[in-house]
Design a protein around this ligand. Sequence first.
Ligand code: AMP
Ligand code: GLY
Length: 408
Amino acid sequence: MVGGGGREHALADVLSRTADVVVTPGNPGIPGSVTTPPEEVDADLHVIGPEAPLVDGLADRLRDAGRPVFGPGADGARLEGSKAWMKEVVSAAGVPTAAHATFTEVAPALAYLDTCTPPFVVKTDGLAAGKGVLVTGSLTEARNGVEDYLSGAAFGDAGKRLVIEEGLVGPELSVLAVCDGTRSVALAPAQDFKRAADGDLGPNTGGMGAYSPVPFVDDAMVADVLDRFVDPTLAELRRRGIDYRGVLYAGLMFTSAGPRLIEFNVRFGDPETQVVLPRLTSDLAELLAQAAAGRIEQVPTFTDEAHVTVILAAEGYPASPRTGDRIEGLEAAAAMEGVEVYCAGVAAGPDGGLVTSGGRVLDVCGRGATLAEARERAYRAASAITWPGVQYRTDIAAAASDGRGGPG
Ligand code: AMP
Ligand code: GLY
């Protein structure tokens, strides 16, 4: 397992039900973490967690060395590495998505923005750790965003090419499909919470919480997502000579005109993984090995149990998280019934405990017979963990557990 966040902790945990797992580089909160570089780990299967090494071609280098890999090569990973290229591919595939235009110069970008209606959406073309998206009702804020992106002030080179999109409105859904180059199978859907503050306020983040299952989504809707979004994209990739073996994660918005693609990610979602994978009742290691070998021979199965994860973040996240604070109460929280804590931005403290070392620090997960029970357990555990400045949303899965939050 390549990576070192909460997603990799959850994946390693579920993979270790049926396989021996090492995590590189992992972190001091993930069992089985090793400092050996991925290229030097002798494994039957390499699973790559984060997008950056995928975009950088780690899967290609491992495959060139004869190793089975779950994760697309640099060619397919461009779907996430370049939003402009993603838009070109999905347009060719006939996938329903927001109208858009790509810019590298301020004047034409501002002129185009002036023709748009709110909400205004401005995105970096390149990777920006999930934070390169500005969605605002204010034209002034959007115009300022365009200038800050293109000058490099906001996101460095990643923002010097930007995408302006039609603003979509509706509930969001994450569907993660496991692909073997030709065929796809869906994992259970999840909903994540990208804004920093309660009520979907504040800046976009890497994700502040998630839950699964999603009450407004049934099996037919998931099958429709494979039919209309994932499979046409896989076919278009194949037409371009790209053999895509890994997760194709469709970020969708259910608008009044039907589902629309917001983005494709080329990896497991973080924090969706933390609520989806523990629900698996079939063998994850076997599924990923089959995908890596180009022949999926099973449809994954899931429990009906509900899972909710709440991200505990450092003060100042996402702009400038403060680090180095001692984390208290983790063991007591993790010992609570129906609770699992996955470690993300943590480092070893001077006296054996863990200290904060990143923006998203811990993923506190609750499971239960209902979303309400899972949510109650997650929040009880979250409130038992402290460090100076710890922050988290208090409304993760609140609407869904009350029967609200669907497309209406
Ligand atoms: P992305 O990184 O592309 O998934 O965007 C992050 C978040 O920004 C999404 O989860 C949505 O909440 C929001 N977003 C992105 N694109 C749009 C859009 N075209 N219309 C409305 N909201 C969007
Ligand atoms: N949860 C959003 C992402 O993984 O990009």
